[in-house]
Design a protein around this ligand. Structure first.
Ligand code: RVP
Length: 505
């Protein structure tokens, strides 16, 4: 007879935290959100820890090199999507590893034959007002000049004027060589009252631009995720089919951590992939596995050698696996059970395998709840898809800015889809994800700061200054349907939702 779980399958919304005693030490500025990314032995330090408990989802709409740099800057890690060619994925990893904080590869470039109309159009498109002029109009051509807003006046000039005639030419520019440090570049910028400094190689080809504002922002990132060579850390998704080619390419590109990306992790395919990695690289290559939703799935991947284990089936905002296949489990119930299995495994073996709650985070409070339930960190798709740094397009829908967000099991991503249990790419007959819009929310930095200040504040209310302490002290209660109503604004007319008011004295 089938096994029936006694407890209903619950989501984060079904829980609330009950505050515990907080001392005067329990202030948000004293909270550390450092958390292990990969397994470690009792009494030892993990080889990689995250400085904030957030990673971005292995999805085309979310995690490319730009997202990776932005999130590593804040202390988290991105897992670049594997639903692309091996070469393209490895190139994204390499770009993150080559990235020099404060050194920007210019994406607004002109060739000398372009016109003022082109300058205006490019500024409109990118929002950037400093544009290098290069021989081939790319960010790496021979530097011929720079156009800034100080070089033209729209009221006085014809739109046909040629860039060559009004740019600041190369001989009037101050530039610096490719081995310039950020500190030195900043000194040159200040000494010469510049807004930007082109960095060129020995042939006078443009390599990077350094902007005054970027140095200032770089200095205020104490949580950055840096490797031993001070390069940003980055993760990457792999699948259970082409790992013999993909893993070496990603390792060669400098990836810091891999993750097998699958909606169903309790499978021989994952064990075979982990075995191949261990046979070829031992423990030097770190690799997470998943997704699972119960103790059995956790034990299987733990014994197969995973460095961390990801939890979640069907809870993703764009995921319709539960509707399509009837499999899955409420994200809260799954997280609680797998956390117990992790602790039990730790007791037995002295090996702590971090767990990641993946999908279904809608409100910031859900992150706090996932941590309280035992997750070491969370993976988010929809959350990060809303930001400037995500690779997806920003569009206007019904008068509001939105960003496109599509599932890895949707038709849009299906050529690379991973929901076929290790079989061939072709032959998929149904979708497990949708193509959608999510509200545009601005910059990653601003949003992550607000989110984490809420997490820290709640941890303080529970008397905790670290994530392990929080997990130890947290008290969770299941909410009833009526207490959910009580939790929002209720029995009042909210002013922002009722703007048409007549003052009657
Ligand atoms: P969310 O943060 O709720 O948007 O969920 C993101 C997660 O959803 C991903 O990390 C992945 O586990 C899952 N996903 C991605 N694509 C699909 C799908 O097409 N069904 N599901």
């Amino acid at each position: 007879m089938a096994y029936i779980f006694e407890e209903p399958s619950r989501t984060f919304n079904a829980y609330l935290l009950v505050p515990g005693y907080s001392s005067s030490e329990n202030r948000p500025e004293n909270v550390s959100l450092k958390t292990p990314l990969v397994k470690f032995k009792k009494g030892e330090e993990p080889a990689i820890s995250l400085n904030i408990p957030m990673v971005s989802a292995i999805m085309q709409a979310v995690s490319d090199d730009g997202m990776s740099v932005a999130l590593a800057t804040e202390g988290g890690m991105s897992f670049i999507y594997g639903s692309q060619t091996i070469e393209d994925e490895a190139a994204m990893v390499a770009r993150v590893k080559d990235y020099k904080a404060g050194f920007v590869t210019s994406d607004s470039n002109l060739s000398p034959d372009m016109t003022l109309a082109d300058v205006v159009a490019l500024k409109e498109q990118t929002g950037h007002s400093t544009m290098p002029v290069t021989s081939d109009g790319t960010g790496h051509g021979k530097l011929l000049g720079v156009v800034t807003e100080r070089d033209y006046r729209l009221s006085r000039m014809s739109m046909d004027e040629i860039v060559r005639d009004f740019m600041t030419p190369r001989e009037k520019l101050i530039v610096a060589p490719a081995d310039t440090t950020l500190k030195k570049a900043n000194d040159i910028i200040w000494d010469n009252k510049l807004n930007s400094l082109p960095i060129v190689d020995e042939n006078d080809n443009l390599v990077y631009m350094v902007f005054r504002k970027d140095y200032d922002s770089h200095k205020s990132n104490p949580n950055e995720m840096l490797d031993a060579h001070k390069r940003y850390m980055v993760g990457a998704g792999i699948n259970t089919r082409d790992y013999a080619e993909r893993v070496p390419a990603l390792v060669e590109a400098g990836v810091d951590c891999l993750c097998i990306d699958s909606s169903e992790g309790f499978s021989e395919w994952q064990a075979l992939t982990l075995k191949w990695i261990r046979d070829h690289y031992g423990d030097s290559v770190k690799v997470g596995a998943g997704n699972v939703v119960d103790r059995d799935g956790f034990r299987f991947l733990a014994e197969a050698g995973a460095d961390f284990i990801k939890i979640g089936i069907g809870g993703g905002s764009i995921c319709i696996t539960r509707e399509q296949k009837g499999i899955g489990r409420g994200q809260a119930t799954a997280t609680i059970e797998v956390a117990k299995a992790r602790d039990e495994y730790f007791e037995e073996t002295g090996i702590y395998i971090p767990i990641c709650s993946d999908g279904g985070i809608v409100y910031d409070t859900h992150i706090t709840l996932a941590l309280a339930m035992g997750a070491d960190f969370v993976m988010l798709g929809r959350y990060f898809a809303r930001f400037d740094e995500a690779p997806n397009n920003r569009v206007m829908v019904n008068g509001s800015y939105m960003k496109e967000y599509w599932g890895e099991g949707s038709a849009r991503a299906r050529n690379w889809q991973r929901y076929d249990l290790g079989g061939q790419k072709k032959g998929m007959t149904f979708e497990e994800g949708v193509d959608s819009y999510v509200p545009y929310a601005g910059s990653l930095k601003d949003n992550v700061n607000v989110t984490l200040s809420k997490v820290k504040s709640t941890m303080c209310n529970c008397g905790a200054l670290t994530i392990p302490e929080f997990q130890d002290k947290a008290k969770l209660t299941v909410v009833s349907a009526t207490s959910i109503v009580e939790g929002g604004a209720h029995d009042v007319l909210q002013k922002d939702k009722n703007p048409y008011v007549t003052n009657v004295g």
